[in-house]
Write a protein that binds this ligand. Structure first.
Ligand SMILES: [Mn+2]
Length: 292
């Protein structure tokens, strides 16, 4: 059994055929924590509007989450855009699960993080999910395919045609999108005087250290099976859970000499919107010096 102080998961998409419920059940069976944050898109009500699909393994996930809440773990559910309906119940506790628009997580080392699904940034950064998929995992596969594609063309006396060159600008776009999303989240956290932002939504787990904060994305249980965990010293890690669970990323060191990329323009209203969302617990210490 792995013991953590807190665990963050999101983008499970129960009710969609792509959900990796079995890996999640295995994860939940092997991990214990004091606080479990469900950071949105846990249930995919959009997919279920198209087709009712809720197999036994998906029902088991719900039962398991309720059992975790009943057995002393604090479970906080922050709805996302696919389970937006649950936003009506924010502020209430249902079956032992606290529903919140956003949470403020205080880590063991005192750092304070905003925890939000992340769809709020759709108004600032947009990208097709297909592009993201290409950008995220296909690079090695692409190069491999490119080799075989051109070997075949050569056999047929056709000139070299770079599949990689065709796809790469699209990969670049996906990377740029992720970067803009990260910088938007960091900007909101910094302007709200938090130490970082924890979210999901873009199905791309990772960390990014900004000038004055840490961006953390817990990933998803559709393609990647990842979770963000905090140990008892307050250190954050991203786990990849499969037949061979492993630490995928550790929180980057504070000493980064690299200047972070520019943030997309963030309307003050978005900062206001996220920072004034009711969440628990509220700000509990003096804000840091305001940023310009
Ligand atoms: Mn989402």
């Amino acid at each position: 059994m792995h013991q953590y102080r807190s665990v963050f998961i999101s983008d499970v998409h129960l009710g969609s055929a792509d959900c990796q419920a079995d890996y999640l059940l295995d994860f939940l069976a092997h991990v214990q924590c004091e606080t479990l944050y469900l950071v949105g898109d846990i249930i995919d009500l959009i997919a279920m509007q198209r087709r009712i699909y809720f197999p036994e393994s998906h029902q088991q996930v719900i039962r398991r989450l309720l059992a975790i809440a009943a057995n002393g773990t604090r479970v906080v559910y922050i709805p996302g855009n696919h389970d937006e309906f649950l936003r009506h119940f924010c502020g209430q506790t249902l079956a032992g699960v606290e529903l919140q628009q956003k949470a403020v997580h205080t880590a063991a080392d005192g750092r304070r993080f905003v925890v939000c699904h992340g769809d709020q940034f759709d108004q600032v950064v947009r990208c097709s999910p297909m592009l993201l998929l290409v950008g995220d995992r296909a690079h090695g596969l692409l190069l491999w395919m490119n080799r075989w594609w051109n070997a075949w063309r050569k056999l047929r006396n056709k000139p070299y045609w770079s599949l990689a060159a065709w796809v790469k600008p699209r990969i670049g776009k996906a990377r740029a999108f992720i970067q803009r999303f990260e910088m938007a989240a960091l900007t909101v956290a910094e302007r709200g005087h938090y130490d970082g932002f924890i979210c999901g939504h873009i199905h791309s787990a990772g960390f990014r250290r900004g000038r004055d904060g840490l961006y953390c994305n817990d990933g998803d249980w559709v393609e990647h099976c990842t979770a963000l965990v905090e140990n008892h010293a307050g250190r954050l890690e991203i786990l990849h859970w499969s037949e061979h669970p492993r630490v995928l990323y550790v929180e980057p060191e504070e000493t980064s000499t690299q200047e972070p990329p520019a943030s997309p323009p963030i309307a003050p209203s978005l900062v206001e919107q996220i920072n004034t969302m009711p969440g628990s617990p509220g700000p509990d210490r003096e804000p840091k010096a305001a940023l310009d």
